[in-house]
Design a binder for this molecule. Structure first.
Ligand code: HEC
Length: 408
């Protein structure tokens, strides 16, 4: 029992951690036993939204059926104190690690969150390297561990910087408000930075899949979106740092490309009518054709790609979403499925076994929303609002996947 709590919960549930209460002593765990039982049986804790039947991922935080049974039996037996000598040897934490730190970048000055309880703020970080480099691992050292909830990161090449710098200029104080992601709220879509990944509490960070990395040109900037959550700790000045592992070359250059229906974005053809409790949109398209276009032909459409990781993104009123590879009409490969969308726990899921996509295969994305008024898990009630559509604001929606791929 204790090893399960130590390795699966205490990374966040500790003094000064992001979770609202610690689970580091027997008394604390006993005192919370009913809430613990409820949260693990519902699988709302540890936060791990990916569906277990879809695929297998590295650093899976979720509990096995046996671990849940162990917790259930312990609570039902009255949460007895164990015998120290019976305690199994400590299993090393399964949390992800960054194997090396080559570059540390910090926010230029501390920032105190202004919006309660959730604020999304983007900070521009100068990229000091004068030669082309590959990012091969990402970590974050939060300034205030009890309010930094998660971090998303993108790289902006020199030619696309102006919209980011304008947004930074226009918003008083360090950084700029960016509820929709690491982008300027009204910036042009065709000159976005590229996603690099993200970080959630409970680990130092992690290496990208072995042999892969993302190319960064000299003169770029990184944009770091911090999600501050002040529901269990008061706002305080935060100065967070980004830790990066860099290599001069990699075996396979990786690309993070977005997959979404361009008509949803360009023509706002993604209506989510007011009062609809299960509005949904589905799009299926030739994967390599799409990847080649959005990567400006850096990914060739004539050779297969390997998918190492995937992320799905919607906003607050999302309820469930899925991303699949479809080979002809029969064969399917599930890349990521999130049966109960939780806006607070988003991130890249890296696959244990890469999935190959061949020329001719399709990608299919499906998103569902509730615009009839509902209360999401772990969230405040969300009233129905006038017809929703694609956009960057809190009362807009999105339906987009990011795929971490290599070619060859
Ligand atoms: C990655 C960080 C993280 C890990 C790991 C984690 N928690 Fe949590 N936990 C949180 C946060 C943050 C909250 C506050 C609610 C939220 O943001 O979802 C929370 C809330 C809770 C709550 C309050 C009720 C609820 O469901 O919101 C319980 C009970 C709980 N956690 C138990 C656990 C147990 C038991 C484990 C391990 C089996 C665990 N947590 C692992 C971050 C974590």
């Amino acid at each position: 029992m204790k090893p399960v709590i130590d390795t699966k919960c205490a990374g966040c549930h500790q003094d000064g951690g992001i979770a609202p209460f610690p689970l580091t002593t027997t008394e604390q765990v006993q005192g919370m036993k009913n809430a613990i039982l409820h949260s693990v049986c519902e699988r709302s804790m540890p936060p791990w939204p990916a569906h277990r039947d879809c695929n297998q991922y590295n650093h899976d935080r979720s509990l096995s059926d046996e671990q849940i049974a162990l917790i259930r039996d312990w609570v039902r037996a009255g949460a007895p104190l164990g015998n120290e000598s019976d305690a199994p040897a400590e299993t090393p934490p399964a949390s992800a690690q960054l194997s090396r730190v080559d570059l540390e970048l910090a926010m230029s000055e501390p920032y105190t969150p202004q919006v309660h309880p959730d604020e999304y703020r983007c900070f521009m970080l100068d990229w000091p390297e004068t030669e082309e480099k590959f990012i091969t691992g990402i970590g974050v050292r939060p300034g205030k561990t009890d309010i930094v909830h998660h971090v998303l990161l993108a790289a902006v090449p020199p030619e696309n910087l102006s919209a980011y710098l304008q947004a930074d200029e226009a918003d008083p104080g360090p950084g700029f408000s960016c509820p929709g992601g690491p982008n300027p709220p009204n910036g042009p879509l065709d000159s976005r930075g590229v996603m690099i990944g993200g970080w959630v509490p409970g680990g130092e960070g992690r290496d990208l899949p072995a042999g892969t990395g993302i190319r960064i040109q000299p003169g770029s900037k990184l944009v770091m979106q911090l999600h501050y959550n002040t529901s269990s700790a008061p706002p305080a000045p935060d100065l967070s740092r980004l830790l990066l592992k860099l290599d001069g070359s990699v075996e396979h250059e990786a690309f993070f490309f977005p997959f979404t229906n361009p008509e949803w974005v360009r023509d706002r053809k993604m209506p989510i009518p007011k009062g609809e409790s299960d509005a949904f949109h589905i799009w299926r398209y030739n994967a390599l054709d799409f990847a080649s276009r959005v990567s400006k032909k850096q990914i060739r459409d004539t050779a297969p790609i390997s998918v190492y990781g995937a992320q799905l993104h919607m906003h607050q009123r999302g309820t469930r979403t899925a991303l699949t590879v479809e080979k002809g009409d029969k064969e399917k490969a599930c890349l990521l499925e999130i049966p109960e969308w939780n806006f607070h726990w988003q991130g890249v899921n890296f696959l244990q076994q890469p999935v190959r996509i061949s020329p001719g295969d399709d990608l299919r994305i499906e998103c569902h929303w509730n615009n009839a008024g509902f209360t999401p898990h772990h969230g405040a009630p969300l009233p129905a609002v006038s017809d929703l559509n694609w956009g960057e604001g809190t009362n807009d929606e999105m339906c987009v996947a990011f795929l971490y791929v290599t070619q060859e």
